[in-house]
Write a protein that binds this ligand. Structure first.
Ligand SMILES: Nc1ncnc2c1ncn2[C@@H]1O[C@H](CSCC[C@H]([NH3+])C(=O)O)[C@@H](O)[C@H]1O
Length: 338
């Protein structure tokens, strides 16, 4: 049985087929360029004419007008007389005035763009020539951009996590594996005053984290320990462990190994929270796209719910609960108690 595609596909006409390649490319490039130029942020306080906008962004008036007209055509800006204004959606998702500003995602997409040009090579090889983590060692800016993008996603996901993860008064120690930007630990420490946290991540992901933690006044309660989760000794006696969006960066054997080590470091009754994109069959378009992204970025893959249940069961976790987040593009949580 073939799955019903949930993306618009061209009808087979050659012209339409090329439009389906050209238009998404131009749409992505225009939105990413707007993020790089700071165009949406410049309009956050109110509409501006092309000349004013160009002056603020130190760009050519012709260039800004051409870009802005296309952004109007695709619904990211609107005309107000001679002026351009953000649409409600743009203001909501791509400016500091919205609840979550995904501009770091636009800047990350600009970094991912050249990697996508090499996608056919990754498909041929079955993986990347250089993994994202190796590339970050060579170019620290890449690590900062990636963490900032993950930070934007964490702001979006934070309320779901707070609502779904039960924390009792007796739970005091949180271990945040692959904690990166630190925002999940910060959010939970702010909500639960009895909590202190320890973050383990690769050094490339942690360059901005001390400043973020200090800005929230939590330097006394959140410790940073740079290290590889596959080998770093993070100690014992934790009540709560976060393994959020990290498992898709590891193969099956490594996840089995990490989950066993998590189990050994949790107190009796402790809770492990996994956030992931589960490899349900057939995958929806978003999950299939994410699998392709992992192929060229890290060479790893998303795993099936049944795999997690095996690893968790073998490690000695008893109760395992799956929660699918809304919308589905936000992924799923697996809550496991020992
Ligand atoms: N082997 C590893 N050891 C430590 N950290 C890792 C490893 N592999 C991937 N990571 C980190 O895992 C993170 C995945 S991005 C997810 C960040 C955060 N937990 C969140 O949910 O928003 C990145 O910060 C990587 O640096």
């Amino acid at each position: 049985m073939s799955a019903k595609p949930d993306v618009c596909l061209p009808s087979g006409d050659a012209e339409l087929a090329m439009l389906d390649v050209y238009m998404p490319m131009m749409k992505s490039a225009a939105i990413v360029s707007a993020g790089q130029l700071g165009l949406f942020e410049a309009l956050a306080a109110g509409p501006l004419a092309a000349g004013e906008l160009a002056g603020q962004l130190q760009a050519s008036a012709r260039g800004i007008a051409t870009l802005a007209d296309f952004l109007v055509a695709i619904g990211y800006l609107e005309r107000q007389g001679e002026a351009y204004a953000n649409t409600a959606l743009t203001q909501r998702w791509f400016t500091s005035r919205g609840a979550v500003d995904y501009t770091p995602g636009l800047l990350w997409t600009a970094e991912a763009w050249p990697m996508l040009g090499e996608l056919a090579g990754a498909v041929r090889r079955g993986g990347p020539q250089t993994t994202l983590w190796q590339a970050m060692q060579a170019r620290p800016q890449l690590g900062e951009r990636f963490s900032a993008y993950m930070g934007a996603f964490a702001r979006d996901l934070g309320p779901d996590l707070l609502a779904r993860v039960p924390v009792g008064d007796e739970q005091r120690r949180l271990l945040d594996l692959g904690g990166s930007h630190g925002l999940h630990s910060i959010r939970f420490c702010e909500r639960y005053p009895q909590l202190s946290a320890q973050i383990v991540d690769l050094p490339s992901a942690l360059s901005e984290t001390p400043a973020t933690i200090a800005a929230h006044g939590l330097a006394e309660r959140i410790a940073l320990t740079p290290g590889d989760v596959l080998e770093f000794d993070w100690g014992q006696g934790f009540d709560l462990v976060f393994y959020l969006s990290v498992a898709h960066n590891q193969g099956a054997d490594d996840n089995r190994h990490v989950i066993r080590r998590i189990r050994d470091s949790l107190k009796p009754g402790g809770l492990l929270v996994i956030h992931e994109y589960l490899d349900d069959q057939p995958p929806g378009a978003y999950h299939a796209a994410f699998k392709l992204t992992l192929l060229y970025e890290t060479g790893t893959q998303i795993h099936r719910e049944a795999d997690y249940r095996d690893w968790l069961g073998e490690a000695g976790f008893a109760a395992i609960e799956r929660i699918d987040l809304d919308p589905r593009e936000k992924g799923s949580l697996l809550l496991a108690r020992c």
